[in-house]
Design a protein. Structure first.
Lengths: 162, 162
């Protein structure tokens, strides 16, 4: 395997924002933000992070890879659950510290480890100053799979699930 | 103005992920990730960050507020450009460290300070190991406004533009 670098830093802000080269701006932890949306209808499925290797593998293989901050390691989405993500399109933002992927989900179509299609399955009411009692409402039709059946049971609530 | 807290920490992961209360999990810098998508067609417009005050103001006013890491301060989206964002719906993800907003853009409808509708106006080619020469392709029809006319000219390329 080649040791050649995947990416190079941008010379300046103008090259980052207006240039035609990929110049990812990794943060102090070496990460960019990654947003996955459903290719079918554009729904935002999840927000996670990628290090340089995860971004490079995603580009090369067309399968979404992320970097787990909690586990401190690279992971291929779906490696334990089967809920892989085939990347149809990958976009980078103006300052190149975030990417958006249009993905086709495998398996049940659920991207969230809780069993919901999207991680964003709860809505926040608007129009009043928030307090700690602010109640969320579930905005989908429920879980598409049983997390305990997929990830094993019993699982400590702080176990990362991929 | 009340000094009562906007938010409270979650008791545990289960409350964060399965509970019906807003328990934002701010990172070490006090921020959550915020994704704005167009209410009209679901296109991802931008990815930015919110501190507790920005999130609270967004909830209370229904107008998107963010926290600028480069300027180290709260900003209301569109405060200098007129490109404000009216929040139609606000969702929070499973681990409550990211929110997605469906927004109606004011003005030209462009969310990006470069003049493009979306900050994600460049696509990354897939299918080969990336190298520093990997070329991006522009995926939209061009700029909706002239940044120099809106933000002033000449502007140093590293001047944050809101």
């Amino acid at each position: 395997m080649s040791d050649a670098p995947y990416f190079a830093p941008a010379a300046d802000t103008r090259e980052t924002e207006e240039g035609d080269r990929l110049r990812p701006k990794f943060d102090a932890s070496g990460l960019v933000t990654a947003v996955a949306v459903a290719a079918s209808d554009g729904e935002v499925l999840m927000v996670a992070h990628m290090n340089a290797e995860a971004l490079a593998l995603t580009i090369e293989t067309g399968e979404a890879h992320y970097y787990s901050r909690s586990r401190g390691k690279l992971w291929k989405k779906g490696e334990s659950s089967g809920h892989t993500q085939r990347v149809i399109e990958l976009r980078v933002d103006c300052d190149q510290d975030a990417v958006v992927m249009r993905v086709e989900m495998a398996g049940t179509g659920a991207a969230c480890h809780t069993g919901h299609r999207s991680c964003f399955f709860r809505s926040v009411p608007l129009g009043a100053r928030p307090t700690p009692e602010l109640a969320l409402t579930v905005n989908d039709a429920g879980k598409l799979f049983d997390p305990q059946a997929v990830y094993g049971t019993p699982a400590p609530s702080d176990t990362p699930r991929f």
